[in-house]
Design a protein around this ligand. Structure first.
Ligand code: SF4
Ligand code: SF4
Length: 373
């Protein structure tokens, strides 16, 4: 049976689960985007074209089915040093590139499906979570993540629209949550999770680490009240997943440390990233931090926020250097961080920086920081 053959192949090359569903549209996605247009305009009309891909035939006009692959990315221990700093998904090396492991899995499964006579569409994106639920390989949690039964939510989902007719599983999955659980909503520091199954990306820490100023259509800046609640997260945020009872077993398991990440961890501390050179960014940081940040200034910005939130006066010298960075964004957020840390030295540095700054957004940040310092 073809479905079983595909399944065996997918498991053999390292995926952890696979399901099939039809290529019918996802009207609930269109409804959700319509209802919450304010928060999602950047994604519905932007890079991912989510509004369009609510119909998988936008991705592949001949689509009849969707093959949904699940990959569990919590197989080795993550470094303690990066906890509260970088989300597990962003440490997990889910690189899509053809010469990397995860990208190779995707390429292999695509080629396998093509060898079976199917057309395969992948771009621009698929509604991965909705597809996973409809294919019966996951259930939605109130935190909007999808839970793979027995695994939890630390999973990557890859969906491929295909022209072949595959027997759909189409289980109507219940929610992963019990009636009296509210832990993820309570754990969200910004109120981004404002109701079960509803998340406002504009208030989400993860979104704010990678989207503002970086993705077309997103706000230029991270709002001040969000900066204060970002703590030391510089890329992603795991709080609403880490709080979930469905993940607690995973979090307690004794796993072998990931040797590569252990070696990388000290190199990814905010103190190292704040004033990093282009060479450091391109040779060390960018290759490991799979994902969405294409310019180093965004990680420098996030590092400044993280250092500001530690309130540690020992970071003032680093922030003083950042006040002289050629990027306005870095100077502005270094100023904010110095205002947050306060103290005489920070104030003097801010006054000096303001005196040399041209009038504009950055000088306004410096003035605002001076009122806090
Ligand atoms: S990722 Fe963080 S900020 Fe975003 S919804 Fe979850 S807990 Fe809230
Ligand atoms: S923390 Fe509770 S409410 Fe939130 S996703 Fe997990 S089980 Fe559901």
């Amino acid at each position: 049976m073809l479905e079983q053959e595909i399944r065996e192949y997918a498991l053999d090359i390292g995926f952890d689960d696979i399901g099939y569903t039809t290529a019918e549209p996802f009207p609930q996605l269109t409804e959700a985007l319509d209802e919450r247009r304010n928060g999602y305009s950047w994604v519905s009309e932007g890079l991912l074209q989510i509004a369009s891909v609510a119909d998988p035939r936008y991705v592949l006009p001949s689509a009849k089915s969707i093959v949904v692959l699940v990959y569990d990315y919590y197989k080795q221990a993550y470094p303690a040093q990066l906890e509260g700093c970088i989300g597990k998904a962003y440490q997990s090396r889910l690189y899509p590139g053809k010469k990397r492991l995860f990208g190779s899995r995707l390429r292999l499964i695509r080629e396998f499906l093509q060898e079976k006579g199917m057309e395969v569409g992948v771009r621009p994106a698929m509604p991965e979570r909705q597809a996973a639920v409809r294919a019966g390989v996951g259930e939605f949690g109130c935190n909007t993540f999808v839970y793979s039964p027995g695994r939890g939510s630390y999973i990557a989902i890859a969906s491929l629209a295909v022209s072949g007719e595959l027997e759909p599983q189409n289980k109507i999955a219940a929610s992963a949550c019990s009636d009296n659980c509210n832990k993820c909503i309570e754990a969200c520091p910004t109120g981004a999770l404002y109701a079960p199954f509803k998340m406002d990306p504009l208030r989400c820490i993860a979104f704010n680490t990678y989207a503002p100023g970086n993705f077309p259509g997103t706000p230029d800046d991270i709002p001040v009240d969000i900066r204060e609640k970002m703590g030391t997260w510089i890329y992603g945020c795991d709080l609403c997943q880490d709080a979930c009872p469905h993940n607690s077993k995973r979090l307690k398991q004794k796993l072998v440390p990931d040797a590569f990440l252990e070696e990388m961890a000290p190199k990814l501390a905010p103190q190292k990233l704040l004033n990093m050179s282009d060479l450091y960014y391109h040779s060390i940081v960018q290759p490991i931090l799979y994902g969405y940040m294409w310019e180093k200034k965004f990680l420098q910005r996030n590092s400044a926020i993280a250092l500001g939130n530690t309130g540690d006066p020992d970071t003032v010298e680093l922030l003083a250097t950042a006040l002289e960075d050629p990027q306005e964004m870095v100077r502005a957020y270094a100023a904010w961080a110095l205002g947050r840390i306060g103290g005489k030295k920070g104030k003097a540095l801010l006054e000096k920086a303001l005196a040399r700054e041209e009038p504009g957004k950055t000088s306004e940040e410096m003035k605002a920081a001076l009122t806090q310092a």
